[in-house]
Design a protein around this ligand. Structure first.
Ligand code: DQA
Length: 148
């Protein structure tokens, strides 16, 4: 069975109450439940990981190959904009990564316009609220099915 790891970076555990005018009112638990269901309907297993720590996210990415993870969907939060260490972790594994953002970072502060992980991910999906995650899940499942 194919396995997709969904990873959430710093402050995303606060979804639901965090700046709802930007991020909406859906909680992280709701997002994960929605993605679990979407994947299960396609016969794909999911794992979820959230951390406020750069090292925690890096460790999980490094472990992905030995844990037979086929795809990673990653919202790296603010680390997106400056974590070269996270970028290097993504580059160090063969597992494909889809970068996700709830908000359209390009219409926001300038420091959010740059993604240091963009050059090492398969693609980016952003600006569609929590639907950015479902669109990423749709894409990951499609790619995995194409490999079968
Ligand atoms: C975010 C955008 C980032 O700039 C921000 O730091 C976040 C959330 C998003 O999903 O829109 O934490 O990744």
């Amino acid at each position: 069975m194919n396995k997709i790891l969904v990873m959430h970076g710093p402050n995303l555990n606060m979804l639901g109450t965090r700046e709802p005018e930007i991020y909406g009112s859906t909680t992280l638990q709701d997002i994960n439940a929605m993605l679990r269901e979407q994947a299960a309907a396609a016969g794909v297993e999911t794992e979820f990981y959230q951390s406020n720590y750069e090292g925690g996210l890096i460790d999980r990415i490094q472990q992905a190959p030995e844990q037979a993870i086929d795809f990673i969907i990653l919202n790296a939060g603010a680390f997106t904009h400056y974590s070269i260490a996270l970028r290097d972790a993504i580059a160090s594994v063969e597992v494909p990564v889809i970068e996700v953002h709830i908000s359209n970072v390009h219409t926001r502060e300038e420091f959010r316009h740059r993604s240091v992980i963009a050059p090492v991910v398969m693609g980016q999906i952003l600006g569609f609220g929590v639907d950015s995650y479902s669109a990423a899940m749709f894409t990951a499942i499609k790619k995995l099915q194409a490999e079968e």
